[in-house]
Design a protein around this ligand. Structure first.
Ligand code: GLU
Length: 475
């Protein structure tokens, strides 16, 4: 691979940032203030495991504190390094600004392959890492609120929350120190699938605008579109599942660590996921053609490509051969700055990461608010809404009997009568967020002749908001 020509992930984010600020009227000082990462804390700690001491390296980077707390996930992977955490922290700043989640950007990571450890060992390691971060306020409900990312999930978040609360026994808002927790530990309905759901809502919004569909050289709706997903982890799995089950899209390709599956008539996502859970990979899955080399499928014909795993998978070595018309970046940074240029020249439309995968942090925001208000969304209103709906139904039925008209359908009655519970409210809030944020990018994309792509538009909106916040503070 010709990766030597590629800038690092952090440099890639800076290049994209620079492209946008060149079109803005920021003072050079403010521009620099926004670009740089405020602080990156590196910790090395030992844990007694398997009869010896193992040393681990972890990071928590804070990119911008124009709003606090700062927010962003904690990643567990052997590839974690300072450059990566800083790039991801910067993306969190812009992502939160774009979707109006009131946070600055942060990110954490631990160099570890979680598959090599038993659950009790991971708990020990996670609690120790959390201790190191919490004692420096790098985990704190009002200062820094982590969440899941690659290699972590609600189990790790529950350990982190518990560790923080053990260290801060009188903090009544302790549960708000981390999001993405299990429901019984203060989590919120719909958080696990939130990023995948956000990708679905983003695509739905894209397909509401004929001009945008035309720009991607497509026509029609999501229904019947051929979709290739790279990475069937939490984000890729949920996105592919919802798009195929609810929007009629055909998942024609799935790329994983051990090769790829391809079938033009559509792959059953649920069946593949079950196979993966049982066998640890996709190899041997009987109902689609298996390719040893994942790039065969990454570069195959399709309408929509969803990179949903790592950064840098679409780079200078393969960008020219990508055939998708539309790419939606469900992962953070899957397209390098160089590949972005190549794809743009080819006329590929890219829905950028800072928008496309913002569903996770959006629902994290709702979880944090839930934790601070100490009450489940909908708990006060739900039955009262239902009682008011019942009044209307009763009156309509009385009138229809009086006028000799037919009865109301049972389906209408049961749907109208159902007051919104937490999951419905979370979905409504997420859908609204994804639509509004897309429209703010689209306005810039369509409205400015010097803005050729959605990524630059997204940066312009996000940086404009961060700059506004710094200016208001008098910086
Ligand atoms: N790790 C996710 C992201 O990259 C979620 C962050 C959060 O919920 O704070 O957006």
């Amino acid at each position: 691979m010709a990766r030597h020509k590629e800038p690092s992930f952090r440099e890639s984010v800076d290049i994209m940032f620079n492209r946008a600020v060149a079109l803005m009227d920021l003072s050079p000082g403010l521009e620099e203030k926004i670009r740089v990462c405020n602080a990156t804390y590196t910790v090395r700690f030992g844990v007694r495991l398997r009869g010896g001491i193992q040393t681990f390296t972890g990071y928590r980077s804070v990119h911008s504190e124009h709003m606090e707390p700062v927010k962003g996930g904690i990643r567990y992977a052997t590839s974690v390094n300072q450059d990566e955490v800083e790039a991801l922290a910067a993306l969190m700043t812009y992502k939160c600004a774009l979707v109006e989640a009131p946070f600055g950007g942060s990110k954490g990571g631990l160099c570890i392959d979680p598959r090599e450890y038993e659950e009790h060992e991971l708990e020990q390691i996670t609690r120790r890492f959390a201790y190191e971060l919490a004692k420096r306020d790098l985990i704190h409900p009002s200062q820094n609120v982590p969440a899941p990312d690659m290699g972590t999930g609600e189990r790790e978040m529950a350990w982190i929350a518990d560790q923080y609360m053990r260290m801060n026994t009188t903090d009544i808002n302790g549960r708000a120190c981390v999001t993405g927790k299990p429901i019984n530990q203060g989590g919120i309905q719909g958080r696990t699938e939130a990023t995948g759901r956000g990708v679905q809502y983003a695509l739905r919004e894209f397909f509401r605008d004929k001009t945008d569909i035309d720009k991607a050289g497509m026509s029609g709706k999501l229904d019947g579109k051929r979709v290739i997903v790279q990475g069937l982890g939490n984000v890729g799995y949920h996105a592919a599942k919802f798009l195929s089950e609810e929007d009629g899209a055909l998942i024609t390709g799935i790329i994983e660590r051990d090769g790829a599956l391809h079938d033009e008539s559509g792959i059953n996502v649920e069946a593949v996921r079950e196979w993966m859970n049982k066998h640890g990979g996709i190899a041997g899955y009987p109902d689609a053609r298996h390719h040893e080399d994942g790039s065969d499928v990454l570069e195959a014909e399709c309408d929509i490509l969803i990179p949903a795993a790592m950064e840098g998978v679409i780079n200078l070595s393969n960008a020219k051969r990508i055939k998708a018309k539309l790419i939606i970046e469900a992962a953070n940074g899957p397209i390098t700055a160089g590949a972005d240029e190549v794809l743009q020249k080819k006329g590929v439309v890219i829905i950028p990461d800072m928008y496309a995968n913002a569903g996770g942090v959006t629902v994290s925001y709702f979880e944090w608010v839930k934790n601070l208000s100490h009450i489940r969304f909908g708990r006060m209103q739900r039955r009262s809404e239902e009682a008011r709906a019942q009044l209307i139904i009763d009156e309509l039925e009385r009138l229809s009997v009086e006028k000799g008209m037919g009865a109301l359908s049972e389906r209408f009655k049961s749907e109208y009568l159902r007051g919104a519970g937490e999951l419905e409210l979370v979905r409504s809030g997420l859908d609204d967020t994804m639509r509004t944020a897309y429209q703010s990018m689209r306005d810039v994309w369509h409205g400015r002749s010097d803005v050729a792509d959605l990524r630059t538009a997204a940066y312009l909106v996000a940086i404009g908001r961060v700059a506004g916040s710094y200016r208001a503070k008098g910086l």
